[in-house]
Design a binder for this molecule. Structure first.
Ligand code: SF4
Length: 341
């Protein structure tokens, strides 16, 4: 990528960020709708926490040009220039990713990408053009990356290391890494994890993996007993009224143009409509969307079955997460000091 393009992108990023801040202040009503996209439903990893691999009717599909251009028009109509492409699937697996990101940048979009990094070597230049880049990784060596992601360690490690060196002085965003913990990971594993990836990222965020059995396709809300919960931190049913910010004000555009209320609806059971058949706002405010929101307002969200949103990690698990977070923070600080020395 030439220096002039890089300079133009940086300037544009600053303008986009200022524009977004101004938009927030002005609080334009149509921007209250949070919209994201799944550029693809294809994924080359296999994560134990992901419900996608356990569903018979998952659409293994890339977004085509017609849907992409329609989606861009919708974002423009909503005055929304912030586009997360990765709700489901591995967006770096899309064969037209470079062309699409070039189009989005030409239209002054602010682009967010989250990736498992296994295909990063194909998109080094393209990732200089996004404004937010996050790796999602569990694993610190060949065996663990296979267990938690079913990916090849050497490929992911080489990609992340190479992109770190390649991107120095060329990007203004921090490189992020997100990790979800499983009970089978020990404190030593987490230290090792941070030592392996820490030199090549600016920030590490931590969370706990959700049990994929807790999803909306399960129509009854029978809690899973603790001893059957598997390698996931235990979650208890939430007390009090059940709410979901996704159902109330979010939409995700799928590769086939379907609009879903959330990125947990891998099975498409909550599909609100399709952008090739109806105007986006007619879908967003349509009967199916209203019915779903009414279920929450009436305190009985039956359509969402056994979604993890209706559960909470135990206090014990939350306290443990804080211990693990502390290990990540202190280890990463040490790694960064060594990197700077
Ligand atoms: S409760 Fe779960 S399935 Fe229902 S809209 Fe919210 S995130 Fe989606």
């Amino acid at each position: 990528m030439d220096n002039l393009t890089l300079l133009k992108d940086r300037l544009d990023s600053k303008i986009s960020a200022a524009y977004r801040r101004a938009e927030t202040l002005i609080n334009r009503p149509r921007n209250d709708i949070a919209v994201t996209a799944s550029l693809t439903r294809v994924c080359n990893a296999r994560c134990p926490m992901c419900p996608m691999h356990n569903m018979e009717n998952n659409q293994w599909q890339h977004m085509d040009d017609k849907t992409f251009h329609r989606m861009v028009e919708i974002f423009k109509q909503l005055h929304n220039r912030y586009l997360a492409l990765h709700s489901m699937g591995e967006c770096l697996a899309h064969p037209d990713l470079k062309r699409y990101i070039d189009i989005l940048r030409d239209n002054h979009f602010w682009i967010r990408v989250s990736t498992n990094a296994s295909l990063l070597h194909r998109h080094m230049d393209t990732m200089l053009r996004v404004q937010y880049l996050r790796y999602s990784i569990e694993g610190w060596d060949e065996a663990s990356l296979k267990k938690y992601r079913n990916l090849k360690f050497d490929q992911v490690y080489d990609n992340i290391k190479e992109f770190w060196h390649f991107s120095r002085g060329k990007v203004s965003y921090p490189i992020r890494l997100a990790v979800s913990f499983y009970p089978s990971m020990t404190e030593d594993n987490i230290r090792e994890f941070t030592e392996v990836w820490g030199p090549y990222v600016d920030q590490i965020s931590v969370s706990m993996a959700y049990n994929p059995q807790l999803n909306h396709t399960q129509r009854f809300r029978a809690p899973i007993p603790k001893d059957k919960f598997g390698d996931y931190y235990y979650m208890e049913p939430k007390q009090g009224p059940l709410t979901c910010g996704y159902a109330m004000g979010y939409a995700d555009i799928q590769p086939n143009g379907d609009v879903l209320p959330c990125c947990d609806d891998y099975a498409g059971q909550l599909t609100l409509g399709n952008i090739h058949e109806e105007d986006f706002m007619a879908i967003f405010n349509g009967e199916r969307a209203r019915n779903l929101r009414a279920e929450f307002e009436q305190g009985n969200p039956v359509s969402c079955g056994n979604c993890h949103t209706f559960y909470d990690f135990t206090d014990e698990a939350k306290q443990h997460l804080e211990v693990l977070r502390g290990i990540v923070v202190s280890t990463h600080d040490k790694v960064r000091r060594n990197r700077a020395a």
